[in-house]
Structure formats: C-alpha cells, structure tokens
Design a protein around this ligand. Structure first.
Ligand SMILES: Cc1cc2nc3c(=O)[nH]c(=O)nc-3n(C[C@H](O)[C@H](O)[C@H](O)COP(=O)(O)OP(=O)(O)OC[C@H]3O[C@@H](n4cnc5c(N)ncnc54)[C@H](O)[C@@H]3O)c2cc1C
Length: 399
C-alpha cells in the first residue's frame, strides 16, 4: 500500500476496524500485528510527512544517511522483538562505542581499564585497575556508589573522578539542572566497567543497524494489503473524546483506536502540560572522510552541546571526501511551539499528572495509549515494540 499525503475526500473511518494514530515504531508495530493477527483493515494517521516517528532517517543533500531526530542504535535482549523487526530488515554488525571528551582527552564510556590509564596516567591507572579487579572481579559493571561504599580512598577517588568528569556536567547540560537538583540515586548508578571491553552495549543479545535504514524498515512493516497510511494528517483534528466515547469525523467510532501521540494533547492539555526536554540538532557536512574516531563523542566537561554524532561511522555508509556530523543542544520544551518533545522528565509531580490523564484515557474502552509519548516514559525502540506487541496480543485475544 502506498503512503498517502492527506486524506481522500470520501474518507470514512467506519470502513476501518482500527485507527492507529502515529506511524512511529509503536503505531506501525500495532498496525502490522492487528492486520495480520485479526485480519483487520487498519488506518494509520500520521501528522508528519514521513513514517518511522523519531527513528526517521533519510539521505541528505550531501548523499549521507542521517537520523533527523537524533542517532538511533538498535540493541535488544528481547528475542521476540528481534524476530519481529528482522522480518522487515537485515542488520549490520555495528557495535556501538562512545568516547567522552574530558578536557580534550578522549576516553571510553562506560569508564573502563583504558579510561583509567588515560585519566590517571599509565602507572597509577594500572594500580587502580588492579585494585578494582581485586575487589570486584574482572568484566564487571560496578556502580560508583559501590566503589564509594568500600571506604577505600583509591576507589573513592575513581568514583569522584567519574562523577565529576563523565557524569555531572553532561547531566547538567542534558537536563538543565544544578548539581543539587540531581537525584543521588541516579548519580550512584553511574557505572565503571572493570575490564577492557569498550562497547557501549557489551554482551547484548542483538545489536546493529537496519541495513537500509529505519525508514525503510517501517515502510516495509506498513506495507500490507489491509493497512492504509495517511501522512500530513493531525488525528486530533478528527478525534473527539467527549462523553467518554471516541468520535472520528463527528461520528461515534466503534473500532479500536491506538494512540501513540502525547497523552496530554489528547485532552487539550486541560489539566496542564506534561514537561519534556527537547533537542536543538545542528547538522553540518564537512569536506573530509572522517571527523572523529567513533560515531558518538560525549562532551562531558566542556562545550554547550552534549555530544557529536558522525552518521557514517554508525551506518557504515561509504562516502569518500565528506561526512555529516550533528551537535545536540538540550533545552526545555515549549508546548505548542512546533518543537519536538524528546525526553519525558520523570519526576513525581509529572508522573502524577500523567496518571491523571492516563486514568481518563483508560475510562474509554476502545482507546489504547501506547509508546513513549502516550505512556510518558523513556523507552528504547525495542521497549516500544515489545509494549506494542503486548497491546496487540491483548486485542487479538479479545477479538
Ligand atoms: C535523541 C533520541 C535518541 C534516541 N536513541 C535511541 C537509540 O539509540 N536506541 C533506541 O533503541 N532508542 C532510542 N531512542 C528512543 C526511540 O526514539 C523511541 O523509543 C521510539 O522511536 C519511540 O517510538 P514511538 O512510536 O513510541 O514514538 P515516536 O517515534 O515519537 O512516534 C510517534 C508518532 O506519532 C505521531 N503523532 C503524534 N501525535 C499525532 C497526532 N495527533 N496525529 C497524527 N500523528 C501523531 C508523531 O508525529 C510521531 O511520528 C532515542 C530517542 C531520542 C529522543
């Protein structure tokens, strides 16, 4: 089925068994599973001109495949999710590595054996490493609070270094916080890796990048005789939730509605706006083969941006003589400004507001919120797909 722009003049929601709002990974997974599992006709409405939601990628004017809404690295322990997604793509064998730029020195993150040598010099670094191996064993991920708990001044020194140079300033930039506003329980979980593996997701069962990109993956997922996709359509212009019923195009809708947009927007934010962080992403193509040693370099002690991504190093695309990089600047999201809400701010007050909206949504029996915006939480792609498969299972079982 082609991906359409806008709705046909005689659009009739009643001719569909389910309406899916949003063509990101959540909506697309539900659409496919319901079309296959129930034999339903499914209509997908997407506000943007493109499918794949925040995982959308495209070839830019310089011929380089870039991720418009931030770099996405696929990794999962979930075999079912992996099997499902692998129906729509082959994977590259990309293994993600991250370096931190600490006052101009690049060192692996999570902080490991090599980082210790770079931070403290070879001799002292080796001595500290030997002590870490002695206390915790080799190839272990140890939170810095466990280092502090030992009461050994050497291990406290390592914990303090990691806190100050890898975590603190980066987190302040990312979340716009002062040090005293950062939750100590989060701080304590910052890990040190006692070993040499410098991969960001060591030992994860499945890791890589979709061979032809995420947009192609999602397009193939939506390519089914029973699925119609309409982009450039804001479903909230068609949807009415008054009287605890879903109406579409001014008629009560009896099918199932899967909603993957922001849950506060669903109710016109009438109880207040759920706060988010947004990102200002600045892309630049440089006349050189390569800009940095790995795909992601975090700026943990300097600069206003949090990190630089170099896409070719992630996608494996070969384009000689030029490379596209992207700097990420984090800032507070302003509702109704056209900005993209990226990261939910998981704090008690916000969760209370989320639960109030969620309770209202749950009172409407044929309305099903799913995905990162509708569930107001940070989800990796595999988590969103898992949650969408679970919801679809329930609907398939009911019908
Ligand atoms: C900067 C960044 C980097 C990330 N990196 C990774 C990573 O490396 N690895 C990883 O696994 N995950 C990563 N993620 C998480 C990943 O983006 C999400 O888990 C996943 O894309 C969420 O899918 P979704 O369908 O729930 O939401 P989205 O992708 O946001 O899709 C929701 C869709 O609904 C549409 N929509 C909303 N409201 C309406 C409406 N009223 N009418 C019509 N359409 C509507 C939106 O336009 C959007 O297309 C990252 C996230 C960010 C922000």
């Amino acid at each position: 089925m082609p991906i359409n722009s806008g709705l046909p003049a005689r659009f009739n929601p009643a001719s569909y068994d389910a309406i899916v709002i949003g063509a990101g990974l959540a909506g697309s997974t539900c659409a496919r599973r319901l079309a296959e599992g129930c034999g339903w006709r499914v209509c997908v409405l997407e506000r943007r001109p493109s499918v794949a939601g925040n995982a959308y990628d495209f070839v830019n004017e310089d011929g380089i495949l870039v991720h418009k809404y931030g770099p996405h690295i696929y990794h999962t322990e979930n075999d079912r999710v992996h099997q499902f997604l692998s129906r729509f793509t082959e994977w590259t064998d990309y293994q993600h590595k991250v370096l931190a730029n600490v006052h101009g020195t690049l060192m692996p993150v999570p902080f490991n054996h090599a980082s210790l040598r770079l931070a403290f010099g070879p001799e002292k670094g080796e001595r500290l490493y030997a002590k870490l191996v002695d206390v915790f064993g080799k190839d272990k991920k140890v939170p810095i609070m466990d280092l502090r708990a030992q009461g050994d001044p050497d291990l406290v020194e390592v914990a303090d270094y990691v806190y100050e140079n890898i975590f603190l300033h980066y987190t302040m930039k990312q979340w716009g916080k002062t040090p005293d506003q950062i939750d100590p329980s989060v701080t304590g979980r910052v890990p040190v890796f006692v070993g040499d593996d410098d991969r960001y997701f060591p030992k994860v069962a499945h890791q890589g990048m979709p061979k032809d990109g995420y947009t192609k993956l999602v397009e193939r997922m939506l390519d089914h005789d029973l699925i119609d996709v309409f982009c450039d359509v804001d479903a909230l212009d068609l949807l009415d939730l008054s009287k605890d019923r879903v109406s579409m195009c001014e008629r009560v809708y009896g099918g199932e509605v899967i909603y993957t947009g922001a849950i506060d927007e669903l109710f016109g934010s009438d109880m207040g706006d759920l706060p988010y962080r947004t990102l200002d992403m600045r892309f630049e193509t440089l006349p050189q083969d390569q800009f940095q040693p790995v795909a992601t370099v975090n700026y943990t002690t300097s600069e206003d941006f949090t990190r630089i991504t170099e896409f070719k190093l992630m996608t494996g695309q070969v384009v000689p003589g030029k490379t596209t990089i992207m700097r990420e600047y984090s800032k507070a999201y302003e509702p109704r400004s056209g900005q993209t809400p990226y990261y939910a701010i998981i704090e008690d007050e916000n969760l209370k507001l989320y639960r109030a909206y969620r309770g209202r949504a749950d009172d409407i029996l044929n309305l099903h919120p799913v995905g990162r915006l509708a569930e107001y939480r940070y989800y990796d792609m595999d988590g969103v797909v898992a949650s969408s498969l679970e919801l679809s299972d329930e609907l398939v079982a009911q019908h």
